[in-house]
Design a protein around this ligand. Structure first.
Ligand code: PLP
Length: 369
């Protein structure tokens, strides 16, 4: 990038590479029927309660939203054993991750990032001038003891995705507590829990307990995955009230829009039935995918999310291209250096059937080749 005046940190960044879109594949390959299993969206959303609420809210589109976000914060607080003052809203989890970097990172601060995790942590941290410290994985899971060993007095943020994207693994409360107990005063753990709803609650850290105990953690969650609202861009952070005030100070003032808020409130308040049904279906289909892929000889990492990470003997870019030619978008994991791994979203039950049929066919032919 050679633009006079642009910040050096921007030149060092790589644009975020999202999964392929249906429109892109339709244009490039001229295919009609495309199954998108590359971005971990919820195929069953938005739920009817959200759609109805958005329709009603459209007429107020000329007005700014309630800047205090009172109703949605109240519902979230009630559901998650938090207080409204523990919550800050954002445009998707991404917006919250961005605000956190603005609030915390100074030039040359160190940030710790496990080597196979959500890509955005690195780019956002680099933009603020942070030095990136990578830690190794252990059996495709985040290795918290390696993370602990990498901590120095210069560590400002530790980025932990739990459950982890792209490998789907998770760690529990006690494992996190052992990391937290030896941290320097200025070191903060960012617990990105974008996929938390797909994992049994008692297997994840109890974030509200840790926040009330005064630990240096900020939990980040989203309505994009389990709640089926990825296109609406709604997320939030949870932390001690003084941290929430700092984050709100650096965020743009109206950092969630009316339609998203209405949809979010509706699914929390009235959408329980369809939300739970979708979640159950996705978790059952995930299990089915894991078993079938395992049966095809793939090395499958048990998932606590709405996607499955599996390894084959073949190059993942090659396999993904083969799938794409048959109209199925998945995420090859070569961008993480996992050249034999694919991350595939659990779509509808019919999409899962089709994916399993096509991958079996491709793997059989690849074996014969
Ligand atoms: C781990 C993780 N964090 C954050 C995000 C961003 O989510 P949102 O759509 O809420 O910005 C994603 C999206 O895929 C994700 O996988």
């Amino acid at each position: 990038m050679n633009i006079p005046g642009i910040r050096k940190a921007v030149c060092k960044m790589r644009p975020y590479e999202p999964g392929k879109t249906i429109e892109e594949v339709r244009r490039d390959l001229g295919l009609e029927n495309i199954i998108k299993l590359g971005s971990n969206e919820n195929p069953y959303g938005p739920f009817p309660a959200s759609i109805e609420a958005m329709k009603r809210e459209m007429a107020s589109g000329n007005r700014y939203p309630d800047i205090a976000f009172e109703e949605i914060k109240g519902l979230l607080a009630q559901r998650h054993n938090l207080k409204p003052e523990n919550i800050a809203l954002s445009h998707g989890a991404e917006g919250m991750l961005q605000s956190i970097t603005k609030a915390f990172i100074e030039e040359k601060d160190e940030v710790i990032i496990p080597s196979v995790t959500y890509k955005l942590y690195e780019e956002l941290s680099k933009l603020m001038g942070a030095e990136i410290v990578r830690t190794p994985m252990k059996d495709n899971a985040v290795d918290l003891s390696a993370v602990g060993k990498a901590v120095t007095e210069k560590t400002k943020l530790i980025w932990l995705c739990n459950p982890n994207n792209p490998t789907g693994t998770h760690f529990n409360h006690d494992e996190l507590v052992s990391l937290l107990k030896d941290l320097p005063e200025k070191t903060w753990v960012i617990l990105d829990e974008a996929y938390a709803e797909f994992c049994p609650k008692d297997e994840l850290p109890d974030r509200s307990k840790l926040i009330y105990e005064g630990e240096n953690i900020i939990s980040v969650r989203t309505f994009s995955k389990a709640y089926g609202l990825a296109g609406l861009r709604l997320g939030y952070g949870a932390a001690r009230p003084e941290v929430i005030r700092a984050i709100d100070t650096v965020s743009e003032p109206f950092n969630a829009n009316r339609l998203a808020i209405a949809a979010g409130i509706a699914v929390l308040r009235d959408g329980q039935e369809s939300y739970t049904k979708a979640l159950e279906t996705i978790i059952n289909d995930r299990k089915r995918m894991e078993e079938k892929l395992h049966g095809m000889g793939c090395n499958v990492t048990p998932s606590s999310t709405n996607f499955v990470f599996f390894e084959t003997p073949y190059d993942c870019d090659y396999l993904s291209k083969q799938l794409l030619q048959r109209g199925i978008i998945v995420r090859p994991c070569s961008i993480w250096g996992c050249n034999n791994a694919i991350r595939v979203t659990v779509g509808t039950s019919e999409e899962v059937d089709e994916f399993l049929k096509v991958i079996k066919d491709i793997l059989n032919n690849a074996t014969d080749a």
